[in-house]
Design a protein around this ligand. Structure first.
Ligand SMILES: [Fe+2]
Ligand SMILES: [Fe+2]
Length: 470
């Protein structure tokens, strides 16, 4: 079951050949996807040989094959994790009943919406990142960018498969629209705001893969709990690929910290202006990028109080990440204490699940912060990086539009406006970061604002020619 069939036009492990109608529908969509990839995917590097991994099995052990591939030849396909025998619904009012292999009629539009919303983020991020290749700090980094891009393309395939296989004509229409909306497009933008933010520098890319791909991890984990079994299996395999994206973010920011500390040592100063003059990202500037991308990603969890997420949970459509870790899987009796601008408020736990998810996400985000701060501490500096308060800069929920500083304290509107450029990157901060973004493509060489990685990919040396440009 685990093996993936690569002899067909669309690689898959779902026996696509046995369902000719579905196969034909997906083969009809495939050239549209490839056209989208050429138009909206990485600009200018389609002829480069990239050292990419491709899934060959859905087993956690040895699931990927590595080799030089031109991106348009990447074998995008449909890979579902193996079914769990006799799996039952693990939460909500239908807990313990067998999972569904078909979409229950009453949940059809909700499930379609969940799948489309997830699916929309995948090509969106490829679009957001399409120009970054021109300013890559090294071939190692360039390869990682392209690896992420092709896998986000694969995640689009994962969602499109579900739409085609289980949602009939509506599903096919949605699949077409996933290629028609574009990140930042004024007429047809992507569904979620964060996925319309431009990513025009590599510091933003590292923050995006640290914070926003991690939101993806949490969304996929909660969908992997779903009672709709094909969705669960699809998301379980996507999580295997997703881990690398967050690795790029965590090690990327870690390498920026490392390089900045080296520069601070060389020049014997932590003065931000001097650090910048030596071509590195001063730590207060990095903090602003963390504030921006963390707060932007926190919005993706939605309203603190949500009857939709309550219904999705009660109906067994979308669980909590790692549902197993909890005692109570029904939540009809529990309350949640929510901090609002008007004070603490008790709300039914079922209605507060977005907030529950946001809290566990933030805990996961803390892990990298601790690691980077240890390095800063060991270098003898007092400054510490931190996550902004979840109340800061919210564009959704009870803290929407409130003047709150990154520490979570209410401030006057005037003070908020005046200080915002000290909390998130100002135009001149962004211009400085852009000035650092010089393309480095000599094997083994690296830009001056970021330290080299500790090791290469798949046991190859760091100086390996991970992208062969022609
Ligand atoms: Fe993804
Ligand atoms: Fe991702």
């Amino acid at each position: 079951m685990s093996g993936i069939n690569y002899s067909e036009k669309i690689p898959n492990n779902v026996n696509l050949a046995n369902d000719r109608t579905l196969q034909r529908a997906l083969e009809h969509w495939q050239p549209h996807f490839l056209q989208w990839w050429r138009d909206m995917g990485p600009s200018d590097f389609q002829a480069a040989d990239v050292y990419l991994r491709t899934a060959v099995s859905v087993d956690a052990q040895g699931w990927a094959h590595y080799g030089a591939t031109q991106m348009p030849d990447y074998r995008w396909g449909i890979f579902l994790a193996d079914p769990v025998k006799d799996r039952t619904i693990g939460f909500g009012d239908q807990m313990g009943k067998p999972v569904w292999q078909q979409v229950p009629g009453e949940y059809r539009s909700t499930l379609r919406r969940l799948i489309v919303t997830q699916g929309d983020t995948e090509p969106a991020s490829v679009e957001q990142q399409r120009l970054l290749g021109h300013t890559c700090p090294s071939l190692y980094d360039l390869r990682n960018l392209f690896q992420i891009n092709v896998e986000e393309g694969r995640h689009l395939w994962a969602m499109v498969y579900l739409l085609h296989a289980y949602f009939g004509r509506d599903g096919r229409e949605e699949a077409e629209e996933l290629l028609q909306r574009h990140s930042g497009d004024s007429d047809k933008p992507r569904i979620l705001t964060t996925f319309n933010e431009p990513i025009s520098d590599w510091l933003s890319l590292f923050c995006f893969t640290y914070f926003t791909d991690r939101d993806g991890k949490y969304q996929l984990k909660s969908l992997a709990e779903s009672g709709f079994d094909p969705l669960s299996r699809t998301c379980r395999f996507m999580l295997t690929e997703e881990a690398h994206h967050m690795f790029v973010g965590e090690t990327g920011i870690g390498r920026v910290v490392k390089r900045t500390l080296e520069v601070m040592k060389e020049i014997g100063s932590d003065d931000p202006a001097k650090v910048r003059a030596h071509g590195a990202v001063d730590l207060p500037l990095l903090q602003k990028y963390l504030n921006f991308w963390c707060s932007s990603s926190l919005d993706l969890f939605g309203n603190e109080i949500s009857s939709n997420s309550a219904a999705n949970f009660a109906n067994g459509l979308k669980g909590r990440p790692d549902e197993d870790q909890y005692q109570d899987h029904v939540l009809r009796e529990q309350q949640f204490k929510l901090e609002t601008p008007e004070g603490a408020q008790e709300v039914p736990m079922l209605n507060a699940l977005n907030e529950v998810m946001r809290e566990s996400y933030l805990k996961d985000c803390e892990i990298g912060l601790k690691r980077w701060n240890r390095v800063i501490e060991r270098a003898g500096h007092a400054i510490r990086l931190s996550l902004p308060s979840p109340r800061f800069r919210r564009t959704i929920g009870v803290w929407l539009g409130k003047s709150v500083d990154p520490l979570g304290r209410s401030v006057s509107r005037e003070a908020y406006e005046r200080n915002l450029h000290d909390w998130i990157p100002s135009d001149s901060d962004r211009a400085f970061v852009h000035s650092l973004m010089q393309k480095v493509t000599e094997p083994g060489k690296i830009a001056g604002w970021v330290a080299p990685p500790d090791r290469g990919i798949n046991n190859l040396p760091v100086e390996y020619e991970y992208v062969k440009l022609h």
